[in-house]
Design a protein. Structure first.
Length: 388
């Protein structure tokens, strides 16, 4: 609408000044909020309340990832860093720098309050891992990693951490030099006392393989390590062992609060794998297995060399025996009857004494005490050389 010709010049000037005063005056280095209004070949246009719209070049929005600018739609409100205000020409903004400013603020807060937090691994170099906190890159030296690969293995081991989230704390922060040093070890040591109180037997937890020993595998649960004995690695003994640095799910099987020791099981967290192994069997079937372990309460048997079940001491013979070792020895081939398949608990309950009648009909021989004294040749040949 045009101004009336008779309107006093002073009033027109006052209105003009009032309108000009409504515009925002931007300062270089400040983080402002604006609204996306459209896209151009150079970047994304943003209304920041100034006389002209600001431009975010595509090179200043790498934090969104490849083609991430397509997610910015008209009407969306965003925060941007002022690279160049209007007083210096066209308004140029940056999403990357705005995110970086937020990252430095977050890191400063974590550092001042000695806080533990999580960050994503985005890269690596010879000395350790590179993590990102809202676009700010932090360095985690190998010496500060919970799982510290040997110098000779670093080239192949470190890339496996990229894409994983680590629990860390800031050791050193220098904004002027752009330097942030973080530690995974320090964070885990601080969390250790509280973490063991959070654990409960039967829980399923996620962890990372930290080392492999002759007697089992150690798994870091985010601040405290637990041991997976060899017998609890997999339902299938022929399955390849896990690798250091691999993320796995485990079941907490025992907590020794007095000695701060945690016992874990990899295989018990793999119910689907167990279910697949027992799928061919039905309760009441008589099959064959190898005695893998003898305990005071019974004997564990690997059915067909794969899935393990328990013969309770009461199911070994028709008469009372003091110890399973009186009747069985590890590595021995025995016939067993499947009494129960507990799929929800991954348990297989077996019986030797109830398998005897059918086994004898198939060519097995037993002594008066119920011990196996003769195995059919074809069965012995089939099991020869299999692991117990």
């Amino acid at each position: 609408m045009k101004e009336p010709a008779h309107r006093p010049p002073a009033e027109i000037m006052a209105q003009l000044l009032k309108t000009q005063g409504a515009y925002r005056h931007l300062r270089k280095g400040e983080v402002i909020e604006g609204m996306v209004v459209g896209h151009t070949r150079e970047g994304v246009l943003v209304d920041v309340g100034a006389k002209t719209e600001g431009l975010i070049p595509y090179s200043e929005m790498t934090c969104l990832g490849p083609k991430g600018h397509q997610a910015l739609s008209p009407g969306q409100r965003i925060s941007a860093y002022v690279l160049r205000p209007e007083s210096e020409g066209e308004i140029i903004l940056s999403l990357d720098r705005a995110r970086s400013e937020e990252g430095w603020r977050i890191l400063q807060e974590h550092y001042q309050h000695n806080q533990i937090f999580q960050a994503l691994v985005v890269g690596h170099n010879r000395g350790g891992l590179v993590l990102s906190v809202e676009g700010v890159r932090c360095f985690l030296p190998v010496s500060q990693m919970v799982v510290s690969p040997e110098r000779s293995d670093r080239e192949s081991a470190l890339p496996r951490w990229v894409g994983q989230w680590l629990t860390i704390k800031v050791l050193e922060l220098n904004r002027r030099k752009g330097r942030v040093i973080v530690s995974e070890k320090a964070a885990h040591e601080e969390r250790r006392p509280s973490l063991i109180q959070e654990l409960a037997e039967g829980q399923v937890r996620q962890g990372r393989i930290t080392s492999i020993r002759d007697f089992g595998v150690f798994v870091d649960l985010g601040g405290i390590e637990g041991l997976v004995p060899l017998s609890e690695l997999a339902w299938d003994p022929e399955k390849p062992p896990p690798q250091v640095g691999e993320m796995v799910q485990v079941v907490v099987t025992k907590i020794d609060h007095e000695n701060n020791r945690i016992t874990l099981s990899l295989r018990r967290a793999q119910a689907e794998a167990w279910g697949a192994l027992v799928a061919p069997y039905r309760e009441g079937d008589v099959t064959v297995g190898i005695v893998s372990k003898i305990t005071p309460f019974g004997a564990f048997v690997r059915v067909e060399g794969k899935v393990e079940g328990l013969i309770h001491i009461s199911e070994l013979a028709d008469h009372h025996i003091e110890h399973p070792g009186q009747l069985l020895k590890e590595g021995e081939i025995v016939p067993v009857k499947i009494l129960r398949i507990e799929r929800d608990r991954c348990r297989l309950n077996l019986s030797l004494k109830q398998a005897r009648k059918e086994a004898e009909a198939r060519g097995w021989a037993f002594n008066e005490g119920g011990a196996v004294i003769s195995v059919p040749p074809e069965i012995e040949a089939r099991f020869l050389g299999r692991p117990g």
